[in-house]
Ligand binder design. Structure first.
Ligand code: ATP
Length: 237
C-alpha cells in the first residue's frame, strides 16, 4: 500500500465557523477510500479544500511529495487531482461530446485524449449513443455519468467523487457504484464521499467517518461496516 494523497491537519472555515477542524486522511494508490458522515459533517468542504476551490486556514494537501495546498484549482487539476462536483455541474446547452472534450482542456496529448474518449464511451454506452444530443436532455443518472466521464477526460491520478448516488433511483445507484468500482479496477485512486454509507463502505478498501468537522473513525471498509458505532449511527442499528 503506497500513499498517493495525504491531507494533514486540514482546517477550513466559513467566516468564523470552522467546518473542518484539523483532519488527517491518507489515500493509498489504486484504492477506493470512502469519506462518510451525516449532513453538514464537512465532507464537501474537505473535497473543495483538496481541489483548491476553498482555501484551508491550516494544514496541507500533498500529492506524493508535491504540496498542492496553495495551488490554483486549475493547477491542481493539472497535477492530477480532479473532482466530480456534487450537483454534477455539466453544461446543459452543450452536447455530450462537447462536455467530454472540455474535460480534457488541461491536456495537450491529443492521441491519448482520443483513446480516453473511446474508453469513456465504452464505460458509458448511453453517452456514446447520444453524443450529439444536448447534455441537458439526459436523466439525472446519465448526467452523473457524464460528469464522471468529463472528470476522467482530465486523466486524473486521484478522482474525488462528491455524492455520486445523490437523488438517483435505486437501479441507477447500483449502476453508479458498479461503474465506480470498474473505474477503480483500472488502477485509479478514488476518494468517495457518500451518504449512502453501506454501499460506499462495501466497495471501499478504507473509510473515514467524519462528525462535525473531525475524523472519529478510520479503518478498512469491511471493519467499518461491522463497527457497532457505524451500525448504530449510519446503518440503522
Ligand atoms: P452535505 O452532505 O449536506 O453536503 P457535508 O458533510 O458535505 O454535508 P459541508 O457541506 O462540508 O458538509 O458543510 C460543513 C459545515 O459547513 C456545515 O455546518 C455547513 O452548514 C457549513 N457550510 C457549508 N457551506 C457553507 C457556506 N458556503 N457558508 C457557510 N457555511 C457553510
Amino acid at each position: 500500500m503506497k500513499p498517493i494523497l495525504s491531507v494533514q491537519d486540514l482546517a477550513v472555515s466559513y467566516g468564523h465557523i470552522e467546518a473542518v477542524k484539523g483532519i488527517n486522511l491518507t489515500l493509498n494508490e489504486g484504492e477506493i477510500t470512502a469519506l462518510v458522515g451525516a449532513n453538514g459533517a464537512g465532507k464537501s468542504t474537505t473535497l473543495l479544500a483538496i481541489s483548491g476551490l476553498l482555501k484551508p486556514t491550516r494544514g496541507k494537501v500533498l500529492l506524493g511529495d508535491a504540496d498542492l495546498t496553495r495551488l490554483s484549482p486549475h493547477k491542481i487539476v493539472q497535477s492530477g487531482v480532479v473532482q466530480v462536483a456534487e450537483g454534477r455541474a455539466i453544461l446543459t446547452t452543450l452536447t455530450i461530446a462537447e462536455n467530454l472534450v472540455l474535460g480534457a482542456y488541461t491536456r495537450s496529448d491529443k492521441a491519448e485524449v482520443a483513446k480516453d474518449l473511446a474508453w469513456i464511451y465504452s464505460l458509458f454506452p448511453v453517452l456514446q449513443q447520444r453524443k450529439e444530443g444536448l447534455a441537458g436532455n439526459l436523466s439525472g443518472g446519465e448526467q452523473q455519468m457524464l460528469a464522471i466521464g468529463r472528470a476522467l477526460m482530465a486523466k486524473p491520478r486521484v478522482l474525488l467523487l462528491d455524492e455520486p448516488s445523490m437523488g438517483l433511483a435505486p437501479l441507477m445507484i447500483q449502476e453508479i457504484f458498479r461503474i465506480v468500482q470498474e473505474i477503480n479496477r483500472t488502477g485509479l485512486t478514488i476518494l468517495l464521499v457518500e451518504q449512502n454509507v453501506r454501499q460506499a463502505l462495501r466497495i471501499a478498501q478504507r473509510g473515514y467517518v467524519l462528525e462535525t468537522g473531525k475524523i472519529v473513525l478510520a479503518d478498512t471498509g469491511t471493519n467499518l461496516l461491522h463497527n457497532p458505532k457505524v451500525l448504530e449511527a449510519y446503518l440503522g442499528g
